[in-house]
Write a protein that binds this ligand. Structure first.
Ligand code: TYD
Length: 205
């Protein structure tokens, strides 16, 4: 596969979608064909799954939740991401399997390695070339989410302690695979973060 696959990770309200957009604009200006996408919900089928996992009222058993994210992922990677990479395009993706490990693992019910293995099966072992972690204290992220004035989904409604475990989960994943990850302080100015991302992406090519 000749394209470039870059994923963005972090808690809710850390500014991932802004950075995806800034990097997409930058790479497009340089003449690359850029695909921006996200999980859950990067495909039409994925939108339906996204609605279930984020807005279903009532309980979803933890294993069922993990499999719903994996089903979204399997379809997304197979029908959108792999074909784009095979055409040599740059894929910028808001969340990938690391989100499953950090979020579904943070509930303490499921084992991180098991969750990762399910994703690996679902995607046929597709690893990103680079994963950018926008790291932010959940209390600061909460202030941003409150200011955004939108309806909270199931996970955004989880208590602070859950979000602290998610943050620790991401930091542990990054520490375990430092060559794949770029960890940035998401409280830094937007353009400073964008410049750091551009520098790292430049060194990949
Ligand atoms: P996101 O699209 O970043 O939310 P928003 O568009 O509202 O900013 O992510 C939706 C939520 O899904 C987020 O709280 C994290 C959660 N999530 C998981 O729990 N597991 C996963 O595998 C993925 C991809 C997301």
């Amino acid at each position: 596969m000749s394209g470039l696959f870059i994923t963005f990770e972090g808690g809710d309200g850390v500014g991932k979608s802004t950075q995806v957009r800034l990097l997409a604009d930058y790479l497009a200006e340089q003449g690359h064909t850029v695909v921006t996408t996200r999980e859950p919900g990067g495909t039409e089928l994925g939108q339906e799954i996204r609605n279930i996992v984020l807005h279903h009222r009532g309980e979803i058993a933890p294993r069922a939740e993990a499999l719903l994210y994996a089903a979204d992922r399997a379809h997304h990677i197979s029908t959108l991401v792999r074909p784009s990479l095979e055409r040599g395009e740059v894929v910028l993706q808001d969340r990938y399997f690391d989100s499953s490990v950090a979020y579904q693992g943070a509930g303490r019910v499921l084992d991180g390695d098991e969750i990762r293995n399910i994703s690996m099966w679902a995607t046929g072992d597709l690893f990103p070339d680079l994963t950018i972690l926008l790291d932010l204290d959940p209390a600061a992220a909460r202030v941003r989410l409150d200011a955004a004035d939108k309806v909270f989904d199931r996970l955004e409604n989880e208590e602070q302690e859950f979000h602290s475990r998610v943050r620790e989960g991401f930091l542990a994943l990054a520490a375990a695979e430092p060559q794949r990850w770029l960890v940035l302080d998401a409280s830094a100015p937007r353009d400073e973060i964008a410049a750091a991302i551009q520098a790292r992406v430049g060194s990949l090519r």
